[in-house]
Ligand binder design. Structure first.
Ligand code: ATP
Length: 462
């Protein structure tokens, strides 16, 4: 198993609802970053253990066996006592902290064991002292506390303290979606439909509750266990939006007409390669943005390549808003037309004509589980493409070539260069994103104006 980190093209854009909150996010990130300087971890380890394509988790005994990985695992284990010290006694009285799984911008995730039942869980510890950490945490909790679905990560319990919130989550040990594709040695369209079906089940459920994930990508899709029959779980609701007054996507669309779009989402956020055109064009948007992201995921799953890719951020955005992509190169000639039709119906510029989750579940490619496609093994081409992209990314972004270097993908937050913490400024060299102005509400009945992508997108060049 390769141990790779590819962060260059995959930095995340956080919401920037208002200037005030933007400034707050900056302060919070600076505060959080300062907090980290007090950490007793070696500097090299100050990053989340997550790669944007495929990776090996430090805490997953089932993934990889290289000595490099074993050393890394030992290092993580050695840190456990220090991590324990940082945890509130009320939490450690109930849960035994076993190992660090990874870290996010506002969080650390550890593997724990319930002291009484010996059941394993994950605890996501979030820093909430700064109001923005609190906001991020509250919005994630708002979603997690309302959901219960086999394909959505389950919140078990929450411990709240003034400075930190501890979310006890079910533990996913099966690795990320693309890790599994690479490690299994055999992959057909049928396998792809199995994964897509599970993602769609989660999306149909979430969208029906009025929840838009807004950061759907392979790294946020984790298998519950390493077995072939594992559930796939949608995780990381840090950017998700909850429309509490609405009951679903379709309803939102109608309310939009009736209420002057008071419902719709307007903040620009997500991960560049997966961001829908309407988000980039700063138009009010809906849960259809998740369906676009699913189209990108399906494309990657079947080919190991991305539909929209460019080293230049503005060119990448331009190709997305033009919806220009192709099915060229291997293994596309071996992929069925039905699979391509599925993707074509998701990567549709107009969100109103894009398949909804309910419709996508009924697409013949999904329903028949690709029965009319050849059972050709696409694995070789897919993993070759994934590896090629990984090495291209790491050569563009030398700081993220090893598991112990700074991962630019974890630093892609909306911060002006002068206020960015040191790590962020390093990340900027790797093409991170500049702040964006908030999307202006579109007036009711407003005619779709022809946004010039170049004009609209040039300011985003990182
Ligand atoms: N329940 C879980 N089981 C196993 N691993 C998990 C679980 N939740 C999160 N992780 C892993 O922990 C790491 C950190 O996740 P977290 O959601 O805190 O941050 P993130 O989403 O990666 O980063 P950011 O906060 O910047 O969006 C990731 O590698 C993720 O896959």
């Amino acid at each position: 198993m390769l141990v790779l980190e590819m962060g260059c093209g995959n930095s995340k854009v956080l919401p920037e609802a208002s200037k005030k909150s933007y400034v707050s996010v900056v302060q919070s990130l600076v505060a959080f970053s300062k907090g980290h300087e007090d950490d007793d971890e070696p500097k090299k380890q100050k990053k989340k253990q997550k790669s944007p394509w495929f990776s090996t988790s430090v805490d997953n005994p089932h993934l990889g066996s290289s000595s490099k990985q074993q050393i890394k695992q030992r290092q993580e284990w050695n840190k456990v006592p220090r991590y324990k010290d940082k945890f509130e006694p009320r939490v450690t009285a109930r849960y035994d902290i076993k190992a660090l799984i990874g870290r996010g911008s506002f969080s650390r995730v550890v593997r724990v064991e319930h002291r009484a039942t010996h059941q394993p869980f994950a605890i996501k510890m979030m820093e909430v002292e700064a109001p923005e950490g609190r906001e991020v945490c509250d919005s994630e909790l708002a979603v997690l506390q309302r959901v219960s679905h086999a394909n959505v990560i389950q919140l078990v319990e929450v411990f709240q303290f003034p400075q930190r919130v501890y979310m006890v989550l079910e533990l996913a040990t099966g690795g990320e979606l693309l890790d599994r594709v690479v490690s299994r040695g055999h992959f057909t369209e049928r396998d792809a439909t199995q994964a897509i079906q599970m993602i769609l089940a989660a999306l149909a459920y979430l969208h029906n509750l009025g929840i838009t994930h807004r950061d759907l990508k392979p790294e946020n899709l984790l298998y519950y266990h390493p077995g072939a029959d594992s559930r796939l779980l949608v995780t990381d609701f840090g950017l998700s939006a909850f429309a509490s007054t609405l009951t679903g996507c379709e309803v939102s669309e109608r309310s939009n007409e009736e209420t002057g779009e008071s419902w719709s989402l307007r903040t620009t956020c997500g991960t560049p390669e997966y961001m829908a055109p309407e988000v980039l064009l700063r138009r009010p948007y809906s849960c259809a943005v998740d369906m676009w992201a699913l189209g990108v995921i399906a494309y990657i799953l079947l080919s190991g390549t991305v539909p929209f890719e460019d080293d230049s951020r503005s060119r990448l955005y331009r190709s997305i808003v033009r919806g220009k992509y192709s099915f060229r190169g291997n293994p596309w000639p071996s992929v069925s037309n039905l699979a391509k039709d599925f993707i074509l119906r998701l990567l549709v510029l107009d969100p109103a004509t894009r398949l909804t989750a309910e419709q996508a579940v009924r697409h013949p490619w999904v329903v028949t589980m690709a029965s009319s496609s050849s059972m050709m093994n696409l694995h070789r081409s897919i993993s070759q493409n994934l590896r090629q992209r990984a090495s291209r990314s790491s050569s563009r972004c030398p700081s993220s070539t090893t598991t112990s270097s700074t991962d630019a993908s974890s630093l892609g937050r909306l911060m002006p260069p002068e206020t960015k913490p040191k790590q962020q400024q390093q990340g900027r060299a790797a093409g991170l994103i500049q702040p964006q102005r908030a999307i202006q509400p579109r007036a009711r009945g407003h005619k779709e104006h022809q946004h010039h992508p170049t004009k609209a997108l040039d300011s985003r060049e990182g």
